[in-house]
Design a protein around this ligand. Sequence first.
Ligand code: ARG
Length: 462
Amino acid sequence: MSHLWSGRFEGDPDAALFEFGASFRFDRRLFPDDVLGSQAWAEALHRAGVLSDKDASAIAGGLQQILAAGSDPAFFQSEPAKGDEDVHAFVERELVHRVGEAGRRLHTGRSRNEQVAVDLRLYLKRRIPEMQRALASVISVLAGQAERAGDALMPSYTHLRRAQPILVAHFFLAHASAFRRDHRRMAFVLQEIDELPLGSGAIAGTSYPIDVKWLAERLGFSRIVANSIDATGDRDFVASFLHTSALAMIHVSRLAEDLILFTSEEFGFMELADTAATGSSLMPQKKNPDPLELVRGKAGRVIGRTAGWLTTMKGLPIGYSKDLQEDKEALFEAEDTLRASLDATASVLGGISLNRAASGRAASGLLLATDVADYLVGKGVPFRDAHEIVGALVRRLLTEGRGFDDLSVDEWRRHSPLFEADVRQAVSASASVARKRTPQSTHPDSVAAALAELKTWLRSAI
Ligand code: ARG
């Protein structure tokens, strides 16, 4: 069997070790990028006078045919393909098979070390925008839920204890804010990968007069790497993509957790669509949030891939080492997991219905204590003193099993003479949200403005 590097060796490599080192079973995903990179490289060689017109056009024709053949998955499973070490070897063998000697000239001045670097960059250049669209879809469903929620109220939680009343819309928009950061972080990764590594050779550069500026433009890169040694061993951009994906998984996981809680019998603020839940084989009453639990569970994979990849990189000498081949499975698994989790989350979230009576009920009661304190502050009481007065009032209500609503004006006044009859209207969930003043608050106008801004953003993002 002949490999890309068989000349130096006597006989074939050990079959099991060759299989151990081969990456074709997973790097075939880079096929269109590898062909594109080779098309551009052949053109650059031609422009540099290294390839004749005839060879250049034979290579161009051959690569075109190969690209077309790649639309059939069987193409990658052919008998000869089984012996290919990686996607680069596969494309080159197919090319030589089609165009003969001209194909054997394509690799002039080029190394697989820079080829795999350019392929991965090209791959992410086309895949990150798809991930951004998947993120935008989740954000769009969150915006839809926020819109539908209207003026519905719910409690917010800190330490998973009731904190203050909020609009349900404000809760959905909170998650949207996190996903928008992920969308922007993906754009940063796109900026990071926007550098052409070709021209770096195996490590020291290439001896042919390749116009790298032209090549960069041809492949859609706006910059050229600064150093050939660094370029062949640099996978920081893979780490950046993994980190960005891990954070996005953390965000879908936290959203999943909130939805699992809020659709549970204990909270009952929301209801899962029947299509987004599963039953129990034993307990007939169960309606389990399996897809959300899986999303939460799968976050561990992507976090693990990120930690694993950083660990792989940390001991490497500068330049290319075969360890770098591990980048692809990490990247692909993170990408697939995040993509599937975003799609599942968008689907489950779209089917959630709100039980506004239950969420509204939970938004009033003792969690209005801060509003009572603010009432006293409005009458000139220092906040610390108001906090003390209301704390004592809460303690009393808790022992008596009563709420603010049950207090007569006399009872209010026994805690502070500054309480007047209007305290009863001042202390309600809707009054509480209406009292908020800042643009990031749960005031209905602020929430409406945030939603409008989000919808404008979505129009450019999807
Ligand atoms: N399959 C290799 C990888 O994924 C391609 C580069 C191999 N280069 C080498 N000199 N062995 O990293």
